[in-house]
Design a protein around this ligand. Structure first.
Ligand code: ADP
Ligand code: MG
Length: 418
């Protein structure tokens, strides 16, 4: 392999590296819920790529700097629109100018013209299918490389071996094809992950629906029985009152189950508010109790000094986190058992312990817990724990897990008191 090809391939590597960096950042954003990471982060890829390409170019000539910066420049402008496009152009000219040589003017002309074209085409590009996107972006890079070479040879009389020219064009076009495909794969990957995370909640909601209707039937039957009793003439008025009271209690219980379930199932905007720990845990237990009953699982809640303790967060998110953990606990006890929730509060922190008597986890399973798509269940999504971990992280808390195979698992959530 000659030096030029080698250098071009190194350049290609410099384009791929930031792309993987970007993917890692995206993943971190989902797993650890880094809210600060917004859409602009995606600009990292083209900016770093352009910089690296220009700093480690394939130099044929003192006047001209040959590299693959066209690829991140074109993709940046197509995906990011005019703001990113102009920033990239400014960056390129800024880095290129001090290096001197005629090449600067070739770049100034070709890249500015190209950018104007790209900005016009950016919208329709985003709507294209993958195949069209690839064809389109590689056609543009083809035009760009041919144009810069033509200008360089005609106006500035640069002479270059024909094989080198062809090599340069081919690597540019092939690089563009690969990067466009990679970029689309990364984007689709995260779109799918986002949709699945929503689907994870839907799955719980639909899973619970059946057990809820079952659960509500009980109090209804009981209160019907007491109403009938109180209608009997032989019953004293004192007893009648007692029966009616019990019937009302049962009806209240049914209403509470339905309310909590609907509250949980309804989508809502994310809020950051003061929440009572006891209340939220109580609501979550209400939502999951029907499922627990169906699986012969008894849930018990004990608390220590928590009546007035508040935490900062979103009620639904927090409930979802607790429910995910409770649901896993129930599912781990295929023959039923006890699920113990223990909440204890001190002045500035709140500990929530959730312990099951299920099958437990191996060391390797504990380590992989919270990884997207990690599941050992036939119908599992492997997203529940990831969502729970990220919610707690978002509330500045920590989760610890300890587990023994055959004995059970215990989760400890530590949250700062508000
Ligand atoms: P899913 O429940 O859809 O499998 P999760 O992210 O909720 O996805 O859980 C991932 C995996 O972690 C489960 O498949 C299971 O193997 C393990 N796991 C989680 N909680 C428990 C638990 N309480 N007991 C045993 N295994 C658990
Ligand atoms: Mg789960």
């Amino acid at each position: 392999m000659d030096l030029v090809t080698m250098n071009l391939l190194v350049n290609f590597l410099l384009i791929i590296l930031p792309l993987f960096l970007l993917q890692t950042i995206y993943l971190l954003r989902y797993v650890y819920r880094f809210k600060e990471i917004k859409g602009w982060v995606f600009a990292i890829f083209p900016v770093i790529s352009v910089l690296l390409c220009m700093l480690f170019p394939v130099a044929f000539d003192t006047h001209f700097l040959w590299d693959l910066r066209g690829i991140p420049f074109i993709l940046g402008a197509l995906y990011g629109g005019y703001k990113l496009g102009f920033s990239l152009l400014a960056l390129i000219l800024f880095v290129r100018y001090p290096m001197g040589g005629d090449g600067f003017y070739v770049i100034l002309i070709t890249y500015t013209l190209l950018l104007i074209l790209l900005i016009f085409l950016s919208r329709s590009f985003l709507k294209m299918s993958l195949k069209k996107k690839v064809t389109f972006s590689s056609a543009i890079i083809l035009i760009l490389t041919i144009l810069t070479m033509y200008l360089a040879s005609q106006i500035f009389t640069l002479s270059m071996a024909i094989t080198t020219q062809i090599e340069y064009i081919v690597i540019n076009v092939l690089g563009m094809v690969m990067i466009t495909v990679l970029w689309e794969v990364i984007r689709t990957n995260f779109d799918v992950l986002q949709k699945l995370m929503k689907a994870d909640k839907l799955e719980i909601v639909s899973h619970l629906a059946a057990s809820i209707s079952h659960e509500v039937r009980n109090p209804l039957t009981v209160s019907r029985g007491f109403m009938q009793l109180s209608a009997l003439e032989s019953v004293s008025s004192h007893m009648k009152n007692k029966y009616i009271e019990t019937a009302i209690q049962e009806l209240d219980r049914a209403a509470e189950i339905i309310n909590d379930y609907l509250m949980f199932a309804k989508p809502a905007l994310e809020k950051n508010e003061k929440l009572s720990v006891l209340e939220e845990v109580h609501h979550s237990v209400n939502v999951i109790t029907p499922l627990a009953n169906m699986n012969n699982v008894k849930i018990s809640v004990t608390e220590l000094n928590c009546e007035k303790h508040m935490i900062l967060g979103d009620a639904k998110k927090f409930q979802q986190c607790i429910i995910n953990i409770l649901k896993n606990g129930i599912e781990s006890m295929s023959n039923g058992g006890q699920l113990r929730i223990n909440i204890s509060c001190t002045n500035n922190s709140i500990d929530i312990g959730i312990r099951d008597q299920g099958k437990g986890m191996s060391e390797e399973q504990i380590n992989r817990l919270g990884e997207p798509y990690f599941t050992t269940k036939e119908k599992g999504t492997g997203l529940g724990m990831m969502v729970s971990f990220s919610i707690i992280k978002g509330m500045n808390g920590i989760i610890n897990v300890s587990s023994e195979q055959g004995k059970g698992t215990s989760f400890t959530i530590k949250l700062p008191a508000s």
